[in-house]
Design a binder for this molecule. Structure first.
Ligand code: FA5
Length: 375
């Protein structure tokens, strides 16, 4: 019996000795109901029905009030109020262990094997981030993570994209409704991890530096290859005599570590304000091995266009030699040092891995467990 129940037992109703026998019996019956309730082992719901339900013990007693004389009916009425409060209070405040006396109802079979808790796994994109981090740490890159909410200065202006520069349009930026910083400008949700370039130069100071910055990015985009929230990984190397050969070597190294020995990469001329020269980086398709065609199972002399890449290659992001204006914005001596940088989508890179063939990256954030449990 709960602590509360034993307290309630002391709270009985009493009348003078000269009360009529009918009233005395009425009081006794009410006390019996209270006592009986405290012996019960039924569940809370069943107690509610038995005592307070339409045909419950309380209503049965209430009906007997008509047998009490009018002069004593007021006392009987008070008694009923008191009883109802008492029963309701007791039933509603049953301790958790009293609510479902399962063992007494033979509902627990202690010999049954237990239910194994479901063990989850980390999200496929978190797995990819761990793998990418490890690949770059093996060649001396330091993993960092810079803010997802940042100043315009780091996201654009220090990257050689002054205010109103048309190149900014590419980044489909979300602006945060906050007062601007007097020097660093507006607040944005970072549209790319390149905001880490000048931040890393400020953090390290004097080169050499090898950064791998992996973080969330945000853009106003949504289709099979774009989500509003996604991840990028940004590599940056600054040292004496760094050239495009080092960049291409790093891209090839990553391709083979992440996609397998047979993977190839290529760079194509492009334009970014913060690198010069700039490139787009493609990896060979793992379905058609970069040929753009697959075998026709029905006709050995025929070839079918690869539907996954349509060209033999997949674009994963941009790269280039860091523009001198960016190095200067980070306080780096451009007479002494050069550097390269690249920034690729984690989701895009991951979905190209062998055997995955995920053709809609939105599935990764769909919270669809039957999809996610496959990884
Ligand atoms: C950039 O963001 C540059 N900062 C990359 C860079 C870094 C260039 C350093 C030079 C030097 P871009 O906008 O192309 O570039 O985005 C790079 C990659 O991010 C894309 O190729 C794609 O893989 C991924 N990405 C971009 N937007 C989205 C999106 N909305 N959803 C998913 N992935 C995206």
């Amino acid at each position: 019996m709960s602590k509360r129940a034993s307290q309630e037992n002391q709270n009985n109703f009493s009348v003078n000795d000269d009360a009529s026998n009918k009233l005395k019996n009425f009081i006794q019956e009410a006390d019996e109901i209270k006592k009986q309730l405290r012996q019960e082992t039924l569940s809370q719901e069943r107690l509610r029905q038995k005592y307070l339900g339409k045909n419950g013990l309380f209503n049965q007693l209430s009906e007997k009030i008509t047998k009490i004389s009018t002069s004593e009916r007021k006392t009987a009425g008070l008694l009923l109020n008191h009883l109802k409060e008492n029963l309701t209070d007791y039933i509603e405040n049953l301790a958790d262990q009293d609510k479902e006396p399962l063992a007494q109802q033979n509902k627990i079979d202690f010999t049954l094997p237990g239910i194994k808790p479901r063990v989850g796994h980390i999200h496929p994109i978190s797995q990819a981030i761990e793998e990418i981090t490890h690949i770059f740490e093996k060649i001396g890159f330091i993993r960092v993570r810079y803010p997802e909410v940042d100043w315009d200065w780091y996201a654009f202006e220090s990257l050689n994209m002054p205010q109103e520069h048309p190149a900014r349009d590419e980044w489909e930026t979300f602006f945060v409704d906050q007062p601007p910083h007097p020097e660093k400008g507006k607040v944005v949700l970072t549209p790319h991890t390149s905001n880490g370039q000048v931040r890393e130069m400020e953090r390290v100071g004097e080169p050499p530096m090898r950064m791998i910055n992996i973080a969330r990015c945000y853009r106003r985009q949504q289709d099979v290859t774009h989500t509003q929230m996604f991840h990028q990984f940004e590599g940056m190397v600054i040292d004496k005599n760094i050239n495009i050969g080092h960049l291409k070597g790093t891209i090839d190294y990553f391709a083979q570590q992440f996609y397998g020995k047979e993977a190839k990469s290529r760079i194509r001329p492009f334009h970014f304000s913060f690198t010069e020269p700039s490139f787009e980086v493609d990896f060979s398709c793992n379905i058609c091995q970069g040929t753009g065609f697959i075998k026709d199972e029905n006709n050995k002399n025929n070839k079918l266009k690869c539907n996954f890449c349509k060209s033999g290659w997949h674009e994963v992001g941009g790269a280039g030699m860091i523009h001198p204006n960016v190095l200067k914005a980070g306080g780096i001596d451009t007479n002494k040092y050069t550097g390269f940088a690249f920034g690729w989508g984690v989701e895009r890179s991951y979905t190209l891995q062998k055997g995955l063939n995920i053709d809609d990256i939105r599935l990764l954030y769909s919270a669809n467990l039957s999809f996610l449990e496959q990884f």
